[in-house]
Design a protein around this ligand. Sequence first.
Ligand code: PHE
Length: 350
Amino acid sequence: MEGLQDQFAAIESLMTDVKAFPVANAAELEQFRIKFLGTKNVLKDVFAEIKNVPNERKKEFGQKVNELKQLAEQRFAELELVYKNAGNTTTGNIDISMPVNTAAPGSRHPITLMKDELMAIFTKIGYTAIDGPEIEDDWHNFTALGMPEDHPARDMQDTFYVQVNPAVLLRTHTSNVQIRVMEELTKSGKQPPVRIVALGRTYRNETISARAHCTFHQIELLYIDEGVTFADMKQTLLYLAQELYGAQTKIRLRPSYFPFTEPSAEMDVSCFVCGGSGCAICKHTGWVEIGGCGMVDPVVLENCGIDSEKYTGFAFGFGLERMAILKYKINDIRLFTENDLRFLKQFEQL
Ligand code: PHE
């Protein structure tokens, strides 16, 4: 009987061997085959034992031996799929030269690209990045910026109201951040310098078309200190234009109007497509418009508790979509919000 126990034990240990036999390449696969399935395989000894097993246990023993054989065959079949011909480009049923369906790596949205570029441009010359709310009250979006109720300039920015009385609205520009920053400063007993850059989403009740949208992004710059002049603003704008569109870029300022700056201007940059000689992008003028800027109106400073006799400053607010359209030569502002992969895939891969 003891001999029989040993034979059952031998089968068990062979099963363990089959499972544990290390195979990691075609040569080892062949070793496996020779050992467990070859003409002199190690299973043969236990097969040979069947005749010595007493009749009443023959069936049980036979089943065990078969199980062992099936195990060896099955493991071999599995390993063969992976390791047969390993080293060639095809291994068994797996063709490792076949193109793989990897997930698309994705790309960064052009507005994100603009945002990162602009933030880098200004933080490296000492501006602090700051956030403000997109849902705003009347004071911060309009009144403190020199646009009291019924001021005609409010017509320039058709507004989405979340609530009418008291007014809660979607900010029409990032200039609300100017007010919030200056208020916070003076509330904590401080005075300028203020040097901030704010970038974010803005909203206007506009009919959506290729050139206008109800939501877009702006970058706002505010610099207040003693003795800040129009020349400082001009130089900062030139720096921006050249960082963004290249060292050969020129700027020009056209007189304009904003209730919160005096004097106010619109900045144009020399057309970076034709270099100023005239093309379709610049409508043959040699210049493209970027956005509004100006010296902060003393009324705005006083509204925020800053001494306008002592301090002066400048601000500008430019649309990111506008800048991106020019930089990447995009012809329809709606593309920014439509998530069309054919559009998005054209931008830098991560
Ligand atoms: N807030 C203005 C707009 O959205 C732009 C601007 C900002 C102009 C700061 C001057 C100074 O049209």
